[in-house]
Design a protein around this ligand. Structure first.
Ligand code: CO8
Length: 257
């Protein structure tokens, strides 16, 4: 498929998607979001791809939903178009997704980064949910994911005032896993993606599923779920290979079976 608002490439067994509306600071319009969901699903189906990176450019990961696209919409139009339903497709991707964030990461942009599994930020990254300043509120997960990531008090302050958060503050609050110099943020995200891609893919997939379950369920149910997935992994060849390789003091060779 020919994309107009994203760029897609593969680097060994990592799939890289660049949001590509630089003039609009990668504002997430419906075309871009449709292309992003389609590209993610294609990588998810491709057995050669083991991990995915989503990035923007140095100036902006994404400055939010496209305000110009929705400014004059009525509530009924918003409901009927239901653009945000497309975001469920991102949530269903089974392979790990890393967000490599530099510059503006606001509104829907911050929500997209939080929908990924790991966020690597450049020192210049700025996070925020400024929707309140244009008369609305977060609509694609901000009130839920930000609150789970950084706690109620900080999330409330950001969402009710629209205050931005620096990369360092985001790291201290637990929103991002690491902050690195702007010159290497993408390189670092790809390096991490390759590291994950070198791990046994079924175990990676189930581990992602189990961690995400922690946000959806009680501790008791989550522990039960985790235990079942752990036992299921003993049906894979990679479990036998991994444990035998350890005992035989050699490097394991993963088959993804
Ligand atoms: N939508 C549309 N266009 C945008 C957006 C946006 N969110 N952000 C920036 N742009 C455009 C500007 O209009 C400008 O275009 P032009 O050159 O044609 O005037 C261009 O990008 C460059 O922007 P600025 O000149 O404003 O650049 P500055 O460096 O001066 O400022 C800021 C950068 C601070 C990031 C500023 O652009 C800004 O405040 N942007 C809006 C941030 C915002 O409010 N985001 C939240 C949007 S609402 C939202 O995300 C709801 C999410 C829930 C639904 C998700 C569905 C996808």
């Amino acid at each position: 498929m020919a994309y107009t608002s994203i760029l897609v490439e593969t680097i060994e067994n990592v799939g890289l998607i660049r949001l590509n509306r630089p003039q609009q600071l990668n504002a997430l319009n419906s075309v871009l979001m449709e292309e992003l969901a389609t590209a993610l699903e294609a990588f998810d189906r491709d057995e050669a791809i083991r991990c995915i990176v989503i990035t923007g450019n140095e100036r902006a990961f994404a400055a939010g939903a496209d305000i110009k696209e929705m400014a004059e919409a009525s509530a009924v139009e918003m409901l009927l178009r239901d653009h945000i339903a497309r975001w469920d497709r991102i949530q269903r991707i089974r392979k790990p997704i890393i967000a490599a964030v530099s510059g503006w990461c606001l509104g829907g942009g911050c929500e997209l980064a939080m929908a990924c599994d790991i966020i690597i930020a450049s020192e210049t990254a700025v996070f925020g949910q400024p929707e309140i300043n244009i008369g609305v509120m977060p609509g694609a997960g901000g009130t839920q994911r930000l609150t789970r990531a950084i706690g109620k008090s900080k999330a409330m302050e950001m969402i009710l005032t629209g205050r931005y958060m620096s990369a360092r503050e985001a790291e201290a609050a637990g929103l991002v896993s690491r902050v690195v110099p702007v010159e290497v943020y993408l390189e670092e995200a790809i390096r991490l993606a390759k590291e994950i891609a070198a791990r046994p893919p079924i175990a990676v997939r189930l581990a992602k599923e189990a961690v995400n379950k922690a946000f959806e369920t009680s501790l008791r149910d989550g522990l039960e779920y985790e235990r079942r997935l752990f036992y299921i992994l003993f049906a894979t060849e990679d479990q036998k290979e991994g444990m035998r390789a350890f005992i035989e003091k050699r490097k394991a060779e993963w088959k993804g079976r």
